[in-house]
Design a protein around this ligand. Sequence first.
Ligand SMILES: [Zn+2]
Ligand SMILES: [Zn+2]
Length: 341
Amino acid sequence: MINKHIVLHKPGKFEYKENDIDIKLSEGEALIQIKKIGVCGTDYHAFKGNQPFFSYPRVLGHELGAEIIQLHSATESHKIGDRVAVEPYLNCGKCQPCRNNKSNCCEQLKVLGVHVDGGMASFLKVPVNKLHRSSLLSFEHLATIEFLGIGAHAVERAEIKKGSTALVIGAGPIGLSVVQFAKLKGIKVVVMDFNKNRLKFAESQLEADHTICPDQDFSADNLREILNGDLPDVVFDATGNKASMENALNFVCSGGKLIYVGLFIGDVQFHDPLFHKNEITLMATRNALPSEFQKIISLMEQNKIDINQWITHRCNFKEFPNTIEKWIDPDQMAIKGMISV
Ligand SMILES: [Zn+2]
Ligand SMILES: [Zn+2]
């Protein structure tokens, strides 16, 4: 069977290729036909050459909406023709985090399109238990489940209580997905970013309660003015920016939580007396759990999440190598770009 795919050979250099795919499946595997591919920051960083722990050549693509076209063996749970969202986190199933139901941080974790070849292709073999079905959602909607999962997982980690206030710093797609799930908890959400278009999106589409485009000396006191003298109970930093992550501690209320959603490759420092005096809970969050994929599918099926406005840019498979630079350009104001295979 002919498999069209796009290889990223090295930073800046994509190549469209065709090869013959071996369709023989191993125990527990399914062959899927990729229909839609979401493009995210990881792909942009890999293209620009600033994605850490990344090796070339690589087939990108980890936000996938697909159809099952072959199964190694018939299962109760999956059928040929099922539409699925792909959970791209291939875990070992044996290590301590896997045994503790934390497959998102498996010690041997391999993410499709990052550590192993992903879904910028016509076909892909994947473990059937990584396929989350929906008979109602479109392939495009299924391709958004993965990045929404990052936000959903962060919000679950925070164990938000009724009546809380959250601050989300950084309104890229991941920060916006945190806003989405925090709002679904029925709490007040404040969003901070330098990009006014993103803030507008958070207000109009996600019903963020306040947005802040901070100047150089924006302080906790300024935040208190907005929140009737209080500070946020939970602060999510989705910037991956060292200065922002270090400064975020100042915005958490005493006894509150700080959650690093974005990753910075290097040391992050803060003043321990402030951390201790306020008895801050500090958490990291990465990827998402299988249960969260299912939960998001169900929320989308019930129209509790409207993802249509998020998809700002689209292209066909062959056009992508010449389109990606446009999507990276901040003037294009892309939230989510989507490729049709
Ligand atoms: Zn991604
Ligand atoms: Zn494991």
